[in-house]
Write a protein that binds this ligand. Sequence first.
Ligand code: PMP
Length: 375
Amino acid sequence: MSGRVPESAAAVRRVSAAAAVADIIEAVVRPEIRALTAYAVAKAEGLVKLDANENAFPLPEAVHAKIAAAVGAVPVNRYPDGDADAVKTSLRSSLGLPDGVALILGNGSDELIQIITVALARPGAVMLVPEPTFVMYRMNALYAGMRFVGVPLRADFALDIDAMLAAIERERPALLFLASPNNPTGDLFPAACVERILHAAPGLVVVDEAYCAFTDMSFLPRVGEFPNLLILRTVSKIGMAALRLGYAVAAAEWIAELNKVRQPYNLNALTQAAAQVLLAEQALLAQQAAMIRTERTRLAGALAALPGVTVFPSQANFVLVRVPDAPRWFARLRGEGILVKNLHGSHPLLGQCLRITVGTPPENDALLAALKVIA
Ligand code: PMP
């Protein structure tokens, strides 16, 4: 007896095992989760990466060395500081936060979106969001079982304030997300509109300022003025995407509630160590953000000069463009070694749109050279 199962018998067993797994999944996994496709992150090895709104400028060697030393000194056998106090202290001082206003940190602002949504997802509660916007708001509403209501932006991607106020009145949302500057459109929602929404909304209004380094407007100094305002931020867009560190600022009472939903050690010790080094480099971060803003102006101007290209005004570190054939342009750019984000088909207002992250000057030159051939 060799003990070897004949090929066909093994295959039969595999098929019936898979069928058994499928039966159990169908019985217990929520149908709305089964209907989803997992968020796909594009593979970018060897490509000029202009698809994910990162800061393309590398860190100076000396700063890398400081990070290596700090990370090397972490006692990895111990849990991290569950409150991440040192990171909070660095953030408090760099942001100039007053007393009475508190901070919560997340594994990226993605995790904070989830924490906020889970905390507010009372049965029947509504999340209201202008669309198109960052897709993770809608996803988290689905995960947490909140009823999602999207209010379309105008065709030029401006906020439809009358439609927003009507929807607030009708839906009485527990939670409202406003990404400003908005992703993927790049525009800033006018302060007067945000104020009207804050006054009208019966629940929490999250102003997501992921791209605030690339504009001059922020509601952060006004947190104390509105009892329902929470500011969400991330360090991902200013040069630290790999760390996965986001933060939210609101009245201490809000943060106390959100902390109950946060996992005890959500911010790992390596991130905490590296973040402290980088948060001390404010001049460098500001200088890189300024270079991105300069390049944004140059890139937007050059893109607008291409035949058939419409450029939407951006206050972020990316530019949204409408081109004659977005899927074809995306594929041709990819063939030239350049990865951008194809938004065609993701929302009715985003037909034939590509989102292009501002890169370093040579990366932007490569993009423009490729587009001159394609256009
Ligand atoms: N908010 C907005 C508006 C974003 O565009 C993004 C990233 N694309 C995030 C939040 C999440 O950022 P992170 O999880 O990297 O902090």
